[in-house]
Design a protein. Structure first.
Ligand SMILES: [Zn+2]
Ligand SMILES: [Zn+2]
Length: 141
């Protein structure tokens, strides 16, 4: 199952977010990025900054997080990363406590089996999980 922009916009409408060009471009940027992005990176994006100012990007990200469409990752506000929450898509991360670098984990996920079990037992649909592992990266060690 792949998520496209139209589906994300539907989820936004369901959460009461106003459909704006800025929202559409922000979601498109996150979708294309396929990894978590910092606020600073997003604010430097030309396509985004041609649509809205920095404060709007910040506000939209937090509204998306409140709506459960975007997730905030990382250690603190200054090194916060934002990523789309996509059901049935694997999203586990490795985070350096030194520099705040974040990397997707390229390893078989240990909890898919558990996810199936929870689905069967509870009847929940659209289950997803995200694991965050913290440590010191080779550069900081
Ligand atoms: Zn590091
Ligand atoms: Zn996983």
């Amino acid at each position: 199952m792949s998520t496209d922009l139209g589906e994300l916009m539907n989820r936004c409408r369901g959460s009461g977010l106003r459909r704006t060009k800025a929202l559409e471009v922000l979601l498109g940027t996150l979708l294309k990025a396929d990894r978590p992005m910092t606020l600073a990176r997003l604010q430097k994006s030309r396509t985004l900054s041609s649509q809205c100012d920095k404060a709007t990007i910040y506000r939209l990200l937090h509204r998306l997080a409140d709506a459960g469409i975007v997730r905030r990752l990382g250690l603190h506000e200054r090194a916060a990363y934002f990523a789309l929450i996509i059901p049935d898509q694997h999203r586990d991360y490795l985070i350096c406590t030194g520099c705040g670098t974040i990397d997707p984990i390229e390893a078989p996920c240990p909890v898919h089996h558990l996810e199936d079990e929870i689905r069967t037992k509870t009847g929940y649909q659209n289950l997803y999980h995200e694991l965050e592992f913290f440590g010191t990266c080779p550069k900081c060690a």
